[in-house]
Ligand binder design. Structure first.
Ligand code: ADP
Length: 153
């Protein structure tokens, strides 16, 4: 069984994240969208809220599971029997960052492979950071978030 973990903050989930999962569906038997709980990172939305949105968005996808984990991503993968990580690349800075993390996860996770999908042009400008800025600034984030969820600023 090919299980991939798609780890992230998902603060909040965007249509860029959803596109990644949809494109990766044919590659894996199961994709676990997993919120990494990082106490040093300041989030806009609570873990419960982020998990609820993820569950809503992927409710119709039987091979997509939603979960969360603390501490190392690679250890979480080992615990649930996932041999693959899924990550998205939007630009060169994503690449520089992801390259090192992927090499580390390969060692710490005993051979875990990270599969990268290049963001489609229509989604490559979208990030949770931008969406948070729009929400905090009182703007309408609807064009960037899945239609299943509603964020009231
Ligand atoms: P993190 O805090 O780990 O970067 P994010 O929730 O911001 O978590 O992102 C999770 C994953 O989704 C990352 O691999 C990121 O590159 C990818 N991603 C985010 N936005 C997009 C997008 N618009 N298109 C493709 N991949 C994306």
């Amino acid at each position: 069984m090919k299980i991939a973990v798609f780890p992230g903050s998902f603060d909040p989930i965007t249509i860029g994240h959803v596109d990644m999962v949809k494109r990766a569906l044919p590659l894996f038997d199961e994709i676990v969208v997993a919120v990494g709980v990082n106490s040093t990172k300041k989030n806009l939305f609570s873990l419960e809220q982020r998990l609820e949105w993820l569950r809503q968005v992927f409710a119709e996808y039987p091979s997509v599971k939603v979960d969360y984990f603390e501490k190392l991503t690679a250890h979480y993968c080992l615990r649930i029997g996932a041999r693959y990580l899924l990550r998205g690349l939007r630009n060169g800075s994503d690449f520089d960052y992801e390259k090192t993390i992927s090499q580390l996860n390969h060692i710490v996770g005993g051979g875990i492979e990270t599969v990268f999908l290049i963001a489609q042009p229509e989604f490559s400008h979208i990030s949770s950071t931008i969406v948070r800025e729009i929400i905090v600034g009182g703007g309408d984030a609807a064009p960037f978030i899945p239609k299943e969820i509603q964020i009231i600023a």
